[in-house]
Design a protein around this ligand. Structure first.
Ligand SMILES: [Zn+2]
Length: 63
């Protein structure tokens, strides 16, 4: 039997890459996993570690 299950993945707002291709059944789990992987997470922006860095003033800088 095959059933379709909704899952959540975090994708980078800049390059579009996917944080964890396996996905998560819960939205918060997807956020936590991305957080553990060093992603930048704000209310409506998510960037993978390859796409951003923090400058000396702790400001987000997109590469
Ligand atoms: Zn990216």
């Amino acid at each position: 039997m095959i059933t379709e299950e909704k899952c959540y993945v975090m994708t980078c707002d800049k390059c579009g890459c996917v944080c964890n291709e396996q996905g998560h059944s819960d939205r918060n789990n997807a956020i936590e996993a991305a957080d553990d992987s060093g992603w930048y997470i704000s209310e409506n922006k998510h960037y993978c570690p390859d796409c951003y860095e923090m400058d000396d003033n702790e400001q987000l800088v997109l590469k």
